[in-house]
Design a protein around this ligand. Structure first.
Ligand SMILES: Cc1cn([C@H]2C[C@H](O)[C@@H](COP(=O)(O)OP(=O)(O)OP(=O)(O)O)O2)c(=O)[nH]c1=O
Length: 196
């Protein structure tokens, strides 16, 4: 069944690649964001709420941008990926030192990766979320250093990319591999098929 073309409101090359993988015709919408950093967490906001709110905010910023720029109306897809360890949100690392701290924490234990997806069409927001448990084997200091020096942790939630060199850290996953990468394809296709 063919789906209409959509806007992908994301600067993430992974999300574009994943959407291409399942043949969804799309145009990348580059909505100017306040800065390239993670949105602040609100007081007493649970990680599960944070990831959904952030994805909704991205979709709503895209809605405003389409209106302001008088772009052709089309469904908008936005997403947010967050790594959660012991109830703490591990966002994108600010620098290599920050990445090293996160990887030390992830070493030898299991964490959760949540990716919220939001579809905005005809004035209504529809959302879904994928939840994946990822377990890292214990990491040696030297491999954490080498991984940080590679630059791969930057721009990625939790300071790693499962699709890159960090694949060798991942002992087990339970959930959605594409969700960890940034766009859960099963849930995304299901959402688009249900509402478009
Ligand atoms: C855990 C993990 C995250 N990531 C990436 C996916 C996301 O790009 C990023 C999480 O940041 P997000 O804030 O979800 O997304 P983004 O800022 O990169 O892009 P945009 O808001 O414009 O859509 O981390 C991986 O590529 N691989 C992984 O294994």
């Amino acid at each position: 069944m063919s789906l209409p073309p959509i806007y992908l409101a994301s600067a993430s090359p992974r999300r574009r690649q994943l959407l291409e993988q399942i043949g969804i015709v799309h145009e990348v919408l580059r909505v100017p964001s306040p800065d390239g950093e993670d949105e602040p967490v609100l007081q007493n906001e649970a990680p599960a709420d944070y990831v959904c709110r952030t994805a909704r905010d991205k979709a709503l910023r895209a809605r405003d941008w389409i209106r302001r720029e008088s772009l052709a109306p089309r469904p908008v897809l936005a997403a947010d990926t967050t790594v959660i360890l012991d109830g703490d949100i591990l966002g994108k690392p600010a620098d290599a030192g920050h990445a090293r701290d996160m990887l030390r924490r992830l070493s030898g234990s299991a964490h959760e990766v949540r990716t919220a997806i939001v579809l905005d069409w005809q004035g209504r927001l529809q959302e879904d979320v994928s939840v994946t448990e990822v377990r890292f084997r214990p990491l040696a200091e030297a491999e954490i250093d080498a991984y940080c020096a590679s630059g791969e942790p930057l721009g990625k939630a939790g300071a790693y990319g499962i699709q890159g060199m960090a694949a060798i850290f991942v002992a087990h996953i339970s959930g959605s591999y594409t969700g960890v990468m940034g766009l859960p394809l099963f849930e995304t296709h299901r959402l688009l098929r249900a509402y478009l």
